[in-house]
Design a binder for this molecule. Structure first.
Ligand SMILES: O=P(O)(O)O[C@H]1O[C@H](CO)[C@@H](O)[C@H]1O
Ligand SMILES: O=c1cc[nH]c(=O)[nH]1
Length: 288
C-alpha cells in the first residue's frame, strides 16, 4: 500500500516549510513550550541563553534557542482548539513525516509539549494568582467528534456526566495529560482538571450583551463530582492538546496562570506577573 500523503492533504510551502507553522524540521526542538498570545513568545525566550531561530506566520510565532544549555522551542498558537488541531498535526508532521517523500517515518518521535496559558478559576479556594497544572482536560467543543479516540472508564464517565448536567446534545470529551510531565512540572502548583471551552463568553458563563443559553454553567460545572473527580478552571485549548497528543503520540501538559476567579469575580491586576512567574517556574523545572 502506498502511504504517500498527497500535496492537498499535507501542504508544504515552496521553501519546504510546513503550511501554517512555516517551519522546517530542523527549526524545532524536542521540547516545545506553547502559549496562546504571540506576544508571550518573547516573554519566554527573553530568558533563553540565545535564540537561534525566529519565524512568524498568522498567529504562529516561533522562537528556538537554548535555556541553561537545553534546546527549547517556544511557539504561539492563538486561541481555541481549532488552532490546536492545526498546530499539533503540523508539529507532528515535522518530526514524524518525511517531508521530501511525503511518507510517514518508520520510527516515531515523541515531543514534550507544555502549554503555559492563562485561565479562570471556578472554585473559591483557587484564587487569582494561583498556578495550576491540568491533570485532565475536558473539552466542551466538538473536535473529538471528528477523530476516533479511546477513553478510559473514568474519562467516559466524566464526559457523560457533564453532558447530562449541562443538557448538551453532544458528548464532551475528557482526556488525561502526560503523567511524566505532571510529575516533572507540578511541584508547588495546584493540580486540577481543566474545562476547555469553545469560546470566552457564554461557553464560560460570561454575559456581556448576550444571555448565555446555560446561565448557571459555572455552578453546574463546579459541582460535578465523579468518584472525587472535580473541575477547577476554564480556558480554551487544554483538552484539544491532550486529545491530539494521545492520538499522535506526544507528551503534553497544560500549566495555567489563574488570572480570574469566576466565583468571587476578581480579576488579577498583576496578570502579567503571574504569567511571568509561571514561565520562570516552567523553564526552571525543564532545565533548572
Ligand atoms: O492566555 P492563553 O494562552 O491564550 O489562554 C487563555 O486565554 C485566552 C482567552 O483570553 C484563551 O486562549 C485561553 O485558553
Ligand atoms: O477566565 C478566563 C481567563 C483566561 N482565559 C480564559 O479562557 N478564561
Amino acid at each position: 500500500m502506498n502511504n504517500r500523503i498527497p500535496e492537498s492533504e499535507l501542504i508544504i510551502n515552496p521553501d519546504g516549510s510546513i503550511y501554517h507553522l512555516n517551519l522546517k524540521p530542523e527549526h524545532l526542538a524536542s521540547t516545545v513550550i506553547t502559549v496562546g498570545d504571540p506576544d508571550r513568545v518573547q516573554k519566554v525566550s527573553q530568558y533563553f541563553d540565545e535564540v537561534e531561530f525566529t519565524m512568524s506566520k498568522r498567529e504562529f510565532v516561533t522562537h528556538t534557542g537554548t535555556y541553561n544549555g537545553k534546546r527549547i522551542t517556544v511557539m504561539s498558537t492563538g486561541m481555541g482548539t481549532d488552532n490546536i488541531e492545526i498546530f499539533m498535526t503540523e508539529l507532528d508532521a515535522l518530526v514524524n513525516v518525511d517531508l521530501a517523500t511525503r511518507l510517514p517515518k518508520e520510527q516515531h518521535t515523541s515531543l514534550d509539549i507544555i502549554r503555559v496559558g492563562t485561565s479562570g478559576s471556578m472554585q473559591t479556594d483557587i484564587p487569582a494568582g494561583a498556578m495550576l497544572a491540568s491533570a485532565f482536560g475536558i473539552g466542551l467543543d466538538t473536535l473529538m467528534a471528528f477523530y476516533n479516540t479511546e477513553y478510559s472508564e473514568l474519562e467516559s464517565q466524566v464526559g457523560l456526566k457533564i453532558q447530562e448536567e449541562l443538557g448538551l446534545s453532544f458528548r464532551p470529551y475528557c482526556i488525561k495529560g502526560a503523567e511524566k510531565l505532571l510529575k516533572q512540572l507540578s511541584d508547588g502548583l495546584i493540580v486540577g482538571n481543566t474545562v476547555t471551552c469553545p469560546g470566552f463568553f457564554a461557553p464560560q458563563g460570561r454575559q456581556v450583551r448576550l444571555k448565555p443559553a446555560i446561565p448557571d454553567i459555572i455552578e453546574k460545572l463546579s459541582k460535578v463530582n465523579v468518584e472525587s473527580f472535580e473541575l477547577t478552571n476554564f480556558e480554551m485549548e487544554t483538552a484539544g492538546y491532550y486529545a491530539m497528543g494521545r492520538l499522535l503520540g506526544h507528551e503534553v501538559m497544560s500549566l495555567n496562570a489563574i488570572v480570574a476567579n469566576r466565583i468571587t469575580h476578581e480579576f488579577a491586576e498583576n496578570s502579567y506577573e503571574i504569567v511571568d512567574k509561571l514561565i520562570k517556574h516552567t523553564l526552571k523545572k525543564l532545565a533548572g
